[in-house]
Design a protein around this ligand. Structure first.
Ligand SMILES: *Cc1c(COP(=O)(O)O)cnc(C)c1O
Length: 386
């Protein structure tokens, strides 16, 4: 073993893969369409501090959920324009700079942005979030004129319009998305009239839409999961293949999660393993004890379900996943010893444990597996030479 043993677990981020995935979007997008890389939720669990400087060299914008995340980006000396897409309180807005644009989904937000301008002297550009059928955030079409009046009274600049699709990842039928697009086009037309000119920033697409619908490009797309090398869903991948007759996109997962064998444990035939005694050794068994658990983001529901890679060989997780400990059966893996590297998420040669596999085994999706990875796990950026 050439590597030092100082981390019991770590996350590796493939810088070249991240650049390549963003280049995939440059290739599929219409010319002149801006690319916003979504780095909310600690860059989908990858690590904001590591990911932000990398994507800042290949995206036009960064998009986050909260005002705090926007401040973190500035603290990391990222000076791209930033889009704050989520709910903000009046005090959240203090200390943001005028290259930080905020979504407004309510009239209150417009007043708060006005108040912030009067108090702090910073005029935050606003993108109105338009309700087109997701019924989560957003102003309905009939409320847009009023929003423009409130913005004018408050001295707030509306520079953009945005919406978000409700049903694009979960289906091969895209007529609801098309309806949302039509509603959005109407809203954009209306807003352009109200604000006296075409809006500078108009955007609707997440990864799935950016991959599948050129008509959802407008001036910008907001790409999250696929920048990190993942298809948003099986359905999106199938839709792509049906359209293009092949799976030639070349998205490459950026993240691998690794740990080490902390201890080898021999269990006699017939004995049970772990909390609740949910697994019984049907033969003399060799277990590897891994110093990782649900507190790190390895879901408890993966107990007796998932596999890890030990020396490139799949080894099943046995018994319950604990807060900081997971047990795997390495009886069939030759020559395992303490300190050996174990892949929880990622590949060794041809063998691969994907976020999609862990998502589906735990009754969830790749997004949740990634987003819940503990920010405390050390991150290492690899493959950095351009
Ligand atoms: C998270 C998010 C996105 C990115 O979605 P992906 O499916 O990860 O590409 C885009 N827009 C909004 C409003 C979001 O909240």
């Amino acid at each position: 073993m050439t590597e030092t043993l100082h981390d019991s677990q770590w996350i590796e981020l493939d810088a070249a893969a991240l650049r390549k995935n963003l280049a995939v979007f440059r290739r599929v997008l219409g010319s002149g369409v801006q690319l916003a890389a979504v780095v909310k939720a600690n860059a989908y669990g990858h690590g904001l501090a590591e990911v932000a400087p990398l994507v800042a060299t290949c995206a036009d914008w960064l998009a986050v959920h909260s005002a705090n995340e926007a401040r973190s980006l500035r603290a990391l000396r990222v000076d791209l324009p930033v889009l704050v897409m989520g709910f903000v309180t009046p005090s959240d807005l203090e200390g943001l700079d005028s290259r930080t644009h905020v979504f407004a989904s309510t009239l209150e937000t417009l007043s708060w942005v006005g108040e912030c301008r009067r108090r702090c002297g910073v005029s935050l550009p606003v993108h109105l979030k338009v309700e087109t059928g997701t019924n989560r955030q957003g102003l309905r079409l009939e409320d847009l004129s009023r929003a423009c009046r409130v913005a004018a009274e408050e001295g707030v600049k509306i520079v953009g319009a945005a919406t978000h699709f409700a049903n694009i990842e979960d289906t091969l039928e895209h007529e609801f998305a098309q309806r949302q697009l039509e509603e959005f086009r109407n809203a954009v037309g209306l807003l352009s009239k109200e604000t006296g000119g075409p809006l500078q920033h108009v955007h609707a697409a997440c990864s799935a839409a950016a991959l599948l619908f050129r008509e959802a490009d407008f001036t910008m797309v907001r790409v999250g999961i696929s920048a990190y090398g993942h298809w948003p869903s099986r359905e999106t991948q199938l839709s792509w293949i049906l359209e293009h007759g092949r799976n030639g996109l070349g998205l490459t997962p950026v993240l691998s999660w690794k740990t080490r064998v902390g201890q080898i444990k021999r269990v006699p035939e017939g004995e049970t393993v772990g909390y609740g005694r949910t697994w019984r050794a049907l033969r003399p068994t060799v277990l590897a004890v891994l110093p990782v658990g649900y507190a790190d983001g390895y879901p408890r529901s993966l107990g007796n379900r998932a596999r890890v890679l030990v020396g490139g060989v799949p080894a099943p997780v046995v018994g319950r996943v604990c807060m900081n400990i997971t047990l795997v059966d390495v009886t069939d893996v030759p020559g395992v010893s303490v300190g050996d590297e174990v892949v929880l998420l990622g590949s060794t040669g041809d063998a691969c444990i994907s976020a999609e596999e862990l998502g589906s085994l735990s009754g969830s999706i790749n997004y949740e597996i990634l987003a819940r990875l503990s920010p405390l796990i050390p991150r290492r950026v690899v493959n950095t030479s351009p």
